[in-house]
Design a protein around this ligand. Structure first.
Ligand code: SF4
Ligand code: SF4
Length: 156
């Protein structure tokens, strides 16, 4: 299945120490460093995200989040999608790692909310969780984790 980022922002919430702004070089242009690879890059805020970038309430509230992450309605969006480092562009997230009661890994759930597992019981439990806990609920991720835990799985 093709991976599609649903722009939940979960993977960027603690990357503030890894995607670092060195200095500003224009109104919407920054010299940056990707700390994990030690490479510099120039980030220009995407034309259509300049309005949301101007509001610094979010980075002030979440100091560990990447400086380029901003809320946009129900989404958390990267405001330098065009110029973001390669590791961001190719990142494929895992938001839940599921183990059986013995601690053996049996599946992962990606940010697109797809379960990847060969375990038929876990697949059935996840399908039941999808039916009973819809994505429209604001705390659905936490509730689905609790659902899996209630079925004997360990979720991290
Ligand atoms: S540059 Fe964009 S994709 Fe990369 S961590 Fe920051 S907000 Fe996330
Ligand atoms: S956690 Fe996954 S779905 Fe969410 S923003 Fe990151 S890559 Fe996209």
């Amino acid at each position: 299945m093709t991976f599609t980022c649903r722009q939940c922002g979960t993977c960027c919430m603690y990357l503030g120490d890894y995607i670092v702004i060195d200095h500003q070089i224009g109104p919407f242009e920054f010299a940056c460093e990707s700390v994990s690879t030690g490479t510099g890059f120039v980030a220009r805020i995407d034309d259509d995200k300049r309005e949301i970038f101007r509001d610094h309430t979010f980075p002030e509230k979440y100091p560990h989040a990447c400086r380029f992450l901003r809320p946009d309605g129900s989404l958390l969006r990267c405001t330098i999608h065009r110029d973001s480092p390669a590791q961001c562009k190719f990142y494929r997230c895992v938001i839940m790692r599921v183990s059986d009661p013995g601690g053996n890994p049996v599946g992962t759930v990606t940010g697109t909310l797809n379960l990847h597992s060969e375990d038929p019981r876990l697949r059935a439990v996840w399908e039941a969780a999808e039916k009973t806990i819809p994505e429209s609920l604001s705390d659905f991720e936490e509730r689905r984790k609790q659902y899996l835990t209630g079925q004997g799985y360990q979720v991290t």
